[in-house]
Ligand binder design. Structure first.
Ligand code: FES
Length: 123
């Protein structure tokens, strides 16, 4: 399926926690929320820092550089309403969580090979 990448086994991330992954050349923050999986762009729109890999009790994620906060369910920034993180689709299948990232380069790699099935973890 075009654009879907197996991110990791579902038991690798405890509920409330996440990981920052390099998925098809895109920095993705993958979270195991209490009500399912969420995948967001990991690059903060303020100055490009990587956001945290931990969810708050209210279901938000912070950027450690200057404290901007984002809702994990839709990427909306609660600090500055005009900003948001991109949201990527997720699905769980056979004990693994998959993320759908489709930058132009990902489509090329899917067609011509070279895309890794196991994306490296940034942190
Ligand atoms: S870089 Fe994220 S709040 Fe400044």
């Amino acid at each position: 399926m075009l654009g879907w990448t197996r991110a990791m086994a579902i038991d690798q991330i405890a509920p409330g926690e996440g990981a920052i992954l390099q998925v098809r050349g895109v920095a993705v923050a993958l979270f195991h929320g209490n009500d399912g999986w969420r995948a967001l762009s990991a690059a903060c729109p303020h100055a490009g820092s990587l956001i945290s890999e931990f969810l708050t009790d209210s279901g938000t994620v912070m950027c450690p550089s200057h404290g901007w906060e984002f809702r994990a369910d839709d990427g909306q920034c609660t600090t500055l309403r005009a900003q948001r993180l991109r949201v990527y689709a997720t699905r769980v299948e056979n004990g693994f969580v998959y993320v759908k990232v489709r930058p132009v380069i990902a489509v090329f790699l899917t067609i011509f090979g070279g895309a890794s099935a196991d994306p490296p973890r940034i942190r």
